[in-house]
Design a protein around this ligand. Structure first.
Ligand code: ASP
Length: 326
């Protein structure tokens, strides 16, 4: 029987309504959550470890890095064959990607959480946790890197987004769909995550701002980011990689200062154009100015990748090459 370690960090899956405030707060431990899963012993030998008990937005990127290191250590010491991380959903898509980029092990690491807390009618946390454990114990999930397991779907950290504020099917991969699914306690993969890469770092040493280019943008927000010391900027542009002509001065300022500017789109899917439009602030102009293409990465993911890239090196040429296959 495979051994699965559930590393609990908090989030809605662990939250109960506090009668004093009327709001849900992380209260349940990993052990409490496992006790609510009758029959799980038929799929894995499960053990738990409490990393934290906080909402996911209270975790720092450095803590998430440590979380990944802890999982790796569990595997290296032979204490587990697979790991499940329970966490809040607000930052799950970002943190899953950070973990996938930094932890290089064949053992499955499956991230799960819940949208409905255990004080509500029909909380889905126990089902998600059951599915995640079954996945972490499966041969099918070995070598697939980090997976997000929510609502019966197995999703690719690079592309998964939290698409809805409260719906249980909030985690979506708009363009390509889930990698696989857990159906009747069986793990099935329909496609393979081929765009896998690793950017391991010891410490997070960069601040990267994510700025959305909006209609009428005058570039002042971008300028504020530069003057307040951002080490890198991800610019979520319009459509296939366009910004207002009124903000190109600020992009030039960043590039002249040696700050990497990664361009992505705030559309929901698709790649940036490279030779599409010839006007000021268009894709050709921005590329010629020296913006790095973030390809099809969403802004939240490009920010995580740029943080790791700058934490590895300040060499702009090397950073640019890390974004070549996006
Ligand atoms: N605030 C919560 C968190 O991200 C929301 C959730 O768990 O879904 O921790």
């Amino acid at each position: 029987m495979k051994r699965v370690k559930v590393v609990a960090t908090g989030g809605t899956i662990a939250s109960k309504r506090d009668p004093r405030t009327g709001g849900a707060v992380p209260t349940l431990t990993g052990k409490d959550m496992i006790e609510a899963l009758p029959g799980i012993e038929g799929f894995a030998e499960v053990d738990t470890e409490q990393f934290s008990n906080v909402p996911s937005q209270a975790l720092t990127l450095q803590q998430v890095l440590e979380l990944g290191k802890r999982c790796k250590e569990l595997f290296q010491r032979g204490e587990a064959d697979g790991a499940v991380i329970t966490m809040g959903t607000n930052t799950m898509a970002e943190f899953a990607y950070l973990l996938d980029l930094t932890v290089d092990v064949p053992n499955p690491i499956v991230i799960t959480g819940a949208m409905r807390n255990p004080s509500m009618i029909a909380p889905e946390g126990p089902r998600n946790l059951f599915d995640a454990i079954v996945t972490a114990a499966s041969e099918e999930a070995r070598g697939k890197g980090v997976l997000v397991c929510m609502n019966g779907d197995l999703l690719f950290p690079r592309d998964v987004v939290k698409a809805h504020t409260v719906a249980v099917n909030t985690f979506q991969d708009w363009e390509f769909g889930p990698l696989g699914a857990v159906r009747n306690n069986r793990v099935i993969f329909y496609r393979l995550p081929t765009l896998k890469e690793k950017l391991p770092v010891e410490r997070i040493t960069a601040r990267v701002d994510l700025i959305t280019a909006v209609g009428g943008d005058d570039g002042k927000l971008l300028d504020a980011s530069i003057s307040s010391g951002a080490d890198g900027i991800v610019l979520a542009s319009m459509g296939p990689g366009h910004v207002t002509p009124m903000m190109t001065w600020a992009i030039k300022k960043a590039i002249d200062k040696g700050i990497p500017v990664v361009l992505v789109s705030h559309s929901y899917g698709g790649n940036l154009l490279e030779n599409g439009y010839g006007f000021e602030g268009g894709d050709i102009h921005l590329r010629q100015m020296g913006c790095i293409s973030g390809g099809s990465l969403q802004g939240l993911k490009a920010r995580i990748k740029l943080i790791l890239a700058i934490s590895q090196t300040r060499d702009i040429g090397k950073i640019r090459s890390m974004f070549q296959n996006v």
